[in-house]
Design a protein around this ligand. Structure first.
Ligand code: GRF
Length: 211
């Protein structure tokens, strides 16, 4: 597929960027999307180096340089738009975005969250899953809507919780699945198979009810 025909993806990161790496690896092969830009709100994010190593343009917009969430989001939006993206992916981006920002990218912004949403939105999902004694845990890719970690679900991956798991072992098991399902969701989007209609996710024109 010629480069110009590929879906243009911008990734927002804050940290190590292993999900970003999974997307970069996928995009390096026969894949209908390309990562055209990576933006971090932290200049020490290890994911920036992953982007540079892959030859992708990187940028830093530090939230510390702005007096308000609104001002940060406006600057972020402008820097994102400079890459002319078709799709925005949050890949470990640790800032709450304003409703205005989210609405601007509605239907073309994805997030990956390390739990089986709606269970365990927010932080420390693996510890909370262990504390709750759930038999299964996992990860979710969803469209981003204004309520944190509550957007319509695209795909989930389940893993068992084993008796002797600690937070790190469980996190690693979930992360392996994250690296599988995020590129898959981006693939579907880039193929034009994935759409958000209201609160409903359509895959090939059919509502996705449960996964
Ligand atoms: C992942 O667990 C992802 O689900 C969550 O933040 C973490 C980011 O990890 N949103 P990485 O930076 O992709 O390695």
């Amino acid at each position: 597929m010629p480069t110009s025909a590929r879906t243009r993806v911008v990734a927002l990161i804050s940290g190590r960027g292993t999900n970003l790496q999974a997307l970069l690896d996928a995009a390096a092969g026969d894949f209908p999307a390309e990562i055209v830009g990576i933006i971090s709100n932290r200049e020490d994010a290890a994911g920036l180096e992953r982007g540079r190593a892959a030859g992708v343009a990187v940028d830093v917009v530090s939230h510390r340089d702005f007096e308000s969430r609104e001002a940060f989001d406006q600057a972020l939006l402008e820097r994102i738009e400079a890459f002319r993206p078709d799709l925005l992916v949050l890949a470990g981006f640790m800032r709450i975005l304003t409703d205005e920002f989210v609405q601007y990218f509605e239907g073309r912004m994805l997030n990956i969250h390390p739990s089986l949403l709606p269970a365990f939105p927010g932080l420390d999902t693996h510890r909370r899953a262990l504390d709750a004694g759930v038999p299964e845990h996992g990860a979710t890719v969803h469209f981003v809507t204004p309520t944190l970690d509550a957007g319509p679900i695209i795909i989930q991956a389940r893993v068992p919780v084993e008796l002797d798991d600690d937070e790190h072992i469980l996190a690693a098991r979930v992360l392996r699945e994250e690296h599988r399902i995020y590129p898959l969701a981006v693939h579907w989007f880039a193929q034009g198979r994935l759409r958000l209609r209201g609160d409903t996710v359509l895959l090939d024109g059919e509502p996705l009810r449960s996964v």
